[in-house]
Write a protein that binds this ligand. Structure first.
Ligand SMILES: *Cc1c(COP(=O)(O)O)cnc(C)c1O
Length: 381
């Protein structure tokens, strides 16, 4: 089976992890700040806080922004459940804004309409850069300025992507930007994630929340240190730390992120030529974005969910590891129990009926891609 995504591990990656294993620190050592510096430099942003997953990063990002009980958080329904769950962890309630049918990202028009009609305005909106293509961040920023909400970019798919000629993660239009380094994503640290921000206060709070709310930095303490041993717990934090082994792997992988994304673009070009001209709708690129192409999502024009399921099974039967990103979050039993019903976001429903993720990863060979192309051409006619 050709998977929809797969990591690539080099000899340099292995050497970097082994050198940590032979060093004094397996965790809380120098590899974590080195990874944070490399990320901040790459993203052209002052602060990066590395943690054990994007899910953890989303959680502490919500808390750092003061999201809590009584607050409402809005996100896209076409995302991994973690983008919505983080608000529930913080005690807030969640609502969903429909997607743009062409980019699969949160629709700025739907967001504007919903804000105009809202009885309770959101404290926070979490746009998700679906498949690696940045949302219309300038449009979302303009609405944030008008209505006074905060913005966390869920850029779990999007490291290596760009928006208006700047790296995703630079936070020009947002408060915090979150990345995932799970092995299916663009670069990996096995498990791992990070949050970037321009705001030192938010960076400090997230660093505290990552590690029990405990600090040894006098500037973050409430009292004067009572001695050299002194530490203070100033928040109710968690253990969301990333290990030094993971951080070393992440730093090593980050040095190849541009090459990975360039290879993904090459493969996408081949897909666009080979798959155009039948029932397949190819994803559109917004003019001011450079996608990291975490995912290549095709749609079966006009298909029903049943029809899509047949094509999906047929492709799997031919050894093509197709997937679906994602079932609209509000359709999940957990969210239905909160009062949501299928059909809540019409564009997300159409997307769900027709979308299939086909394999795309930097280490994919042209020959593997040809197998995918042949199978898709045979199944979708
Ligand atoms: C993968 C993913 C996450 C969660 O990432 P982890 O690092 O596995 O916690 C969150 N949001 C989106 C959109 C994702 O794709």
């Amino acid at each position: 089976m050709i998977p929809y995504g797969r990591q690539e591990i080099s000899d340099e990656d292995i050497a970097a992890v082994v050198s940590v294993l032979r060093s004094d620190f397996l965790t809380q050592g120098p590899a974590v700040p080195a990874f944070e510096t490399a990320l901040a430099t790459y993203c052209r942003v002052p602060h990066a806080v590395a943690v054990n997953s994007a899910t953890s990063a989303l959680h502490i990002a919500c808390l750092a922004l003061g999201v809590g009980p009584g607050d409402v958080v809005w996100t896209s329904p076409i995302t991994f459940v973690a983008s919505a769950n983080c608000a529930l962890y913080a005690g807030a309630t969640v609502d969903f804004v429909d997607i743009d049918p062409d980019t699969f990202n949160i629709s700025v028009r739907a967001l504007a309409d919903k804000l105009e009609r809202a009885e309770r305005l959101p404290k926070l909106v979490i746009p998700v850069h679906m498949g690696g293509q940045s949302c219309d961040m300038a449009g979302i920023r303009a609405l944030a300025d008008q209505y006074g909400f905060k913005i966390i970019e869920d850029a779990s798919h999007a490291i290596g992507g760009r928006y208006r000629d700047e790296p995703v993660g630079t936070c020009r239009y947002s408060d915090i930007c979150v990345f995932s380094f799970h092995p299916v994503k663009i670069i990996t640290s096995a498990e791992g994630g990070a949050a970037t921000t321009k705001d030192e206060y938010l960076a400090d709070r997230m660093a505290l929340l990552r590690s029990h709310g405990v600090t040894r930095e006098p500037r973050l303490m409430e009292q004067k240190p009572e001695g050299g041993w002194y530490y203070e717990q100033v928040e109710l934090g968690f253990n969301y730390r990333i290990t030094d082994m993971q951080a070393a792997l992440g730093t090593s992988q980050l040095s190849r992120v541009d090459a990975y994304v360039a290879r993904r673009h090459e493969l996408v070009k081949r897909y666009r030529v080979a798959l155009s001209g039948n029932r397949i709708a190819l994803p559109e690129e917004a003019g001011d974005t450079y996608s990291s192409y975490h995912l290549f999502i095709i749609r079966l024009s006009g298909a029903s969910l049943e029809e899509k399921a047949k094509a999906y099974d047929a492709l799997r039967g031919r050894g093509i590891g197709v997937n679906l990103h994602y079932i609209p979050v509000y359709r999940q039993p957990y969210y239905r129990a909160l009062g949501f019903e299928p059909g809540y976001c019409p564009n997300a429903e159409t997307y769900y009926a027709q979308a299939i993720t086909i394999p795309l990863f930097a280490a994919m060979s042209d020959a593997e891609q040809d197998r995918v192309i042949d199978a898709v051409a045979a199944v979708i006619t």
